[in-house]
Design a protein around this ligand. Structure first.
Ligand SMILES: NC(=O)c1ccc[n+]([C@@H]2O[C@H](COP(=O)([O-])OP(=O)(O)OC[C@H]3O[C@@H](n4cnc5c(N)ncnc54)[C@H](OP(=O)(O)O)[C@@H]3O)[C@@H](O)[C@H]2O)c1
Length: 176
């Protein structure tokens, strides 16, 4: 049972430009279908918990990219587009309670996505593993991955993979 972050950031720690733009990420070539370990990671998770803003961004991509259930955190939307019925559920409430309920429903390994959403989980020390891929681009501003915390949270470095194009993927696991 674990909550995972799997995300790409700019060199200066942003997950999107200020307007939500992801061009700096999307323009990275994928030679020979290279996915930088994404499919392998996705195979390990049971469901995604995603912030409403990330959900709205994914909707602009066209085809729905997930074959796992997606739970969208929101206090402002209550319905999902018709074609996503049965695939997406809107949820809200206290995060510990929510993840407990999802675990009881058999969704044990959760992929937590979205900047504010990840920050909310971290504020409650509810993240077990973080796989962060650094893209060697400075955005100079944008939507940050991390925010403020009441107390430091310690992670153990598990491994780092360096790709030829300069992407650096590091895995961190919560330590005591
Ligand atoms: N670089 C990457 O790999 C990557 C990955 C994911 C996302 N992104 C980008 O990040 C941007 C979105 O991130 P973001 O930080 O702006 O927002 P976000 O975390 O995706 O969404 C924030 C929204 O989630 C809802 N939310 C979060 N915690 C909640 C809680 N405890 N209870 C109820 N609702 C909660 C709220 O929605 P309501 O306002 O509806 O209440 C909040 O406004 C997008 O541009 C996306 O493309 C990049």
């Amino acid at each position: 049972m674990a909550n995972y972050v799997y995300i790409a950031t700019s060199l200066d720690g942003y997950i999107a430009a200020s307007d939500g733009g992801l061009d700096w990420l999307m323009e990275i070539p994928a030679p020979g279908g290279e996915d930088y370990g994404y499919a392998e990671f996705m195979a390990t998770i049971d469901a995604l918990v995603m912030g409403r803003k990330t959900f709205e961004k994914v909707l602009t991509f066209g085809d729905w990219p997930y074959d796992k259930p997606v739970f969208v955190l929101s206090t402002t939307i209550t319905e999902v587009p018709e074609h996503l019925a049965g695939k997406v559920e809107i949820v809200h409430g206290e995060l510990k309670e929510l993840t407990g309920t999802l675990n009881q429903r058999g969704y044990n390994n959760l992929y937590i996505d979205g900047g504010v959403t990840i920050q909310n989980f971290l504020q409650q020390d509810l993240i077990d593993e973080m796989i962060i891929t650094k893209v060697p681009t400075l955005l100079g501003g944008g939507i940050p991955l991390f925010g403020t915390l009441d107390e430091p949270i310690k992670f153990k470095h598990v491994k780092t993979e360096i790709y030829d194009n300069g992407l650096v993927k590091s895995r961190y696991s919560r330590s005591s």
